[in-house]
Ligand binder design. Structure first.
Ligand SMILES: C[S@@+](CC[C@H](N)C(=O)[O-])C[C@H]1O[C@@H](n2cnc3c(N)ncnc32)[C@H](O)[C@@H]1O
Length: 364
């Protein structure tokens, strides 16, 4: 059984991408995301991470991460932001008393790299006596980790600053990446449990009146789609999550995120939802796959799992085609509570020719 999902974008995708970040609501959403903020604040307020280092914030947006690094002892921070949100940053850094420690570069990573290391070293002569760049922080993650396509810019920045460091000193500092590790996790899902929770939450009671008939009409937007981005209730997730792929930001090359193909075995036996649903039935029909990601740095961890506090990334769910779901063709039994799937995943960059593709083959 095969499925393929393509999202192709037009020529002006890059322009549109940066324009989206000029909307203050997008930043408000990210700044209100507690798990996200706690993860980055925990790291950047840790003196063993930032103290006396030159830090680069790749894609600094409102300037929040650059601010935290500067406030917690960084020797200097480069705040790189291509969109016009960089124009807010001068007053943000002044307001927080760190303006003298932060250099704002309102340009893209790609343009900065194109100018070359010699240009950078010449423009920012204070770097050499401070020993080079030793920390790159970035919040680059998109839906199912890679959708936004920003990881490629972060890797490009990493390689550029490594090259810069090597031109400055014979013993260049190692550049630590924040986050340093990232993984994509996947679990089978069951639509009926999602539907029940959705109808209950949104259409369950209006001063004692249930409107589940109207709710059915509303829910069709999920039932009829190939994929959707929502927080799934635990009851709909038929596994604790199997790691599909892992990236080490220090060593990976951009190509390794372009095409990933793995055969994975998902064991459902330890899932509370699977156990609950098979109390009275011989098995459960799988309606699709739910994908989320985790990122790490040392002991710090940010998870977008359906089993943890919700984030603005929610979870990404790909549905099996309607006929397969209707006929319950992917059915996992109590006796054999595991499912094999071959998943292929590819992202082509640059963003102007972005093509994100998930394909999968399921067999039991
Ligand atoms: C997810 S936001 C994070 C903003 C901020 N660091 C935060 O944590 O709130 C990513 C930001 O990176 C910027 N960005 C993405 N790709 C970039 C690139 N190649 N060069 C410069 N800025 C980039 C976007 O414009 C956006 O403001």
């Amino acid at each position: 059984m095969n499925h393929q999902e393509d999202y192709e974008s037009g020529e002006d995708c890059d322009v549109q991408y940066y324009e989206d970040y000029e909307n203050v609501d997008v930043h408000k959403l990210m700044l209100k995301d507690k798990p996200r903020m706690n993860f980055y604040h925990g790291i950047l307020s840790d003196p063993t991470v930032v103290k006396d280092k030159i830090v680069v914030d790749v894609g600094s947006g409102s300037g929040i991460l650059a601010c935290w690094a500067a406030l917690h002892g960084a020797a200097h921070v480069f705040s790189i932001e291509n969109s016009s949100t960089a124009l807010w940053q001068k007053s943000v850094f002044e307001e927080n008393g760190v303006a003298s420690k932060v250099t704002i570069i309102n340009d893209s990573v790609e343009n900065i790299c194109a100018r070359g290391c010699a240009w950078f070293a010449d423009n920012y002569k204070f770097i050499a006596p401070l020993g080079g760049i030793s920390l790159i922080v970035s919040e680059w993650m998109g839906f199912y980790l890679l959708h936004e396509g920003m990881l490629f810019s972060v890797l490009r920045a990493r390689d550029f600053f490594r090259e810069l460091n090597a031109t400055l000193t014979s013993h260049p500092p190692r550049i630590e990446m924040v986050p340093s590790k990232a993984s994509i996790v996947i679990a089978p899902m069951h639509m009926a449990a999602f539907k029940e929770a959705y109808l209950q939450e949104h259409w369950g009671s209006f001063h004692g009146v249930r409107l589940s008939t109207v709710g059915q009409v509303d829910f069709a937007k999920y039932d009829e789609s190939a994929f959707f981005i929502e927080v799934l209730p635990e009851a709909a997730v038929l596994g604790t999550g199997t790691t599909f792929c892992e990236f080490d930001l220090a060593t990976m090359c951009a190509e390794s995120a372009h095409l990933v193909r793995h055969e994975i075995n998902m064991d459902l036996s330890s899932s509370a939802a699977f156990q609950y649903l098979t109390r009275t039935a011989p098995g459960v029909a799988v309606d699709g796959f739910t994908i989320w990601f985790d990122v790490h740095f040392r002991n710090y961890r940010l998870s977008t799992s359906p089993f943890e506090e919700a984030t603005h990334w929610k979870q990404f769910t790909m549905l099996l085609p309607a006929d397969i779901r209707e006929q319950e063709m992917v059915y996992v039994t109590k006796e054999e509570p595991s499912l094999n799937a071959v998943l292929h995943f590819g992202v082509l960059m640059p963003r102007t020719s972005e093509l994100t593709r998930w394909t999968w083959t399921v067999g039991q």
